[in-house]
Design a binder for this molecule. Structure first.
Ligand code: ZN
Length: 415
């Protein structure tokens, strides 16, 4: 059976130019004694925006691995797929993130809901999870609610999983189930029954991406109650440990944190808890690499800087269009964004400092960072002008991409 390593890092690479720079971060980790399994992830949405396809990601991953002599495991993730688009990914991916968030809240058939409640009735009353001080109080009402919210979604995950298994064969790919793109977080008690049901449906999930408490805005730090997050993160770990024992899910089942890049203020508790409980973690960091490309261009001054400025001006001009698809995962106050005229006066280092995620730098501006995060479509539309610049200014960009992943992500999360 294909097994995902304990610590794994999803690295999206929107324009397929930073494979080497990203893999170098995993190589640096290896030198530092941290084993990271790199996973190339790209969603259907990103492919549509960039006009690339799943075959391109596979090619980039294989070529990069060969070129750098990476001898360890690596995977290619069909990120956030569903029945409508999974077929495009099947020949090229060996990791599938089954996104069933859209099905959460769809009420199931009454017979299915009754059957669910009947099967989990044995847990009514106090449910004690080893390591969690307070038992969960499970009522019939809670089970009914759970069935109404999640049963259809889990059934859909089963359908997608079986569809992939039929083509690729059992054990020949990694399965993740994602429920993160919803408004309401799942509690640890809900996670217990969701995972029990995932096991009952025969889905050998190795990672689960719940919606955590707080906001996971794109490319910027966590916003929310860190104490509450820490409590629930630890309880989720303990719930996973218990469901693996009780329902026979894969031993290496672990949490997956989506929009996991740049969440600096929760890296310390995450790091402490995965070490404390000797458990794994998957973290997805897709868009942070594209931001480093923009930073590298700016830092290169001259032509690179003018392309970075052009991207800013166009992104500002198309604010509504570019930010709409990300509305639930960004917080930008349009009024505070500087005009293109003002930005055009900036030096490369001023632009880079504004964009780079260093909260100590007085120039750092999370609003601009989030806008540029959503603006990769503009870069895609620049076509060769942009991708030629990625090649021309590769050394500066590469340094930024590698350092960002290694120093700001891998070290604080996994060391
Ligand atoms: Zn996600």
């Amino acid at each position: 059976m294909m097994i995902l390593g304990k610590y794994s890092l999803g690295t999206g690479d929107r324009f397929a130019h930073q494979g080497k720079a990203q893999l170098k971060a995993s190589l640096l980790a290896k030198e530092a004694g941290i084993e990271i399994t790199p996973v190339w992830n790209k969603s259907h949405r990103e492919h549509k925006t960039i006009k690339s396809g799943p075959a391109d990601v596979r090619k980039e991953a294989d070529n990069t691995v060969k070129e750098l002599g990476w001898a360890e495991a690596y995977f290619v993730d069909a990120d956030h797929i569903n029945m409508n688009n999974v077929d495009e990914f099947i020949p090229y991916s060996d990791f599938f993130t089954l996104d069933v968030a859209d099905y959460i809240g769809n009420p199931p058939e009454k017979a299915d809901a009754d059957d669910f409640v009947k099967r989990y009735r044995i847990f009514l009353g106090e449910l004690t999870i080893p390591g969690i001080g307070q038992p969960f109080h499970i009522t019939e009402e809670f089970l009914k609610e759970l069935a109404n919210n999640f049963l259809v979604a889990i059934k859909e995950a089963e359908k997608i999983y079986n569809h992939i298994e039929k083509v690729k064969g059992k054990g020949n790919f990694i399965t993740e189930v994602s429920m993160d793109e919803v408004e309401t977080p799942q509690t640890p008690a809900e996670l217990f029954f969701i995972l029990a049901e995932i096991a009952a449906k025969g889905i050998p999930a190795q990672t689960i991406a719940p919606k955590f408490t707080g906001r996971f805005n794109k490319g910027v730090d966590y916003v929310g109650d860190i104490k509450q997050f820490t409590k629930e993160f630890e309880e989720d770990i303990l719930v996973i440990r218990q469901v693996v024992k009780e329902f026979g899910l894969p031993e290496n089942l672990k949490l997956s944190v989506h929009s996991g890049s740049d969440k600096f203020s929760i890296y310390e508790p995450m790091n402490r808890l995965i070490k404390k409980h000797n458990t794994g973690l998957h973290i997805k960091t897709a868009g942070t690499t594209w931001l480093e490309e923009a930073i590298g261009l700016a830092e290169s001054e001259g032509k690179g800087l003018s392309i970075a400025k052009k991207i800013y001006a166009k992104a500002l001009d198309r604010f509504e269009e570019l930010t709409a698809p990300y509305a639930s995962v960004i917080d930008i106050n349009y009024k505070t964004l500087p005009s293109p005229d003002e930005v055009n006066k900036w030096t490369g280092s001023k632009f880079a400092n504004t964009l780079r995620h260093n909260q100590e730098n007085p120039d750092y501006n999370p609003e601009i960072r989030q806008l540029i995060h959503c603006g990769y479509k503009v870069a895609a539309e620049l076509g060769n002008e942009f991708t030629d610049a990625l090649v021309e200014f590769e050394p500066v960009i590469e340094k930024n991409v590698t350092q960002n992943l290694f120093e700001r992500h891998i070290l604080p999360v996994f060391r």
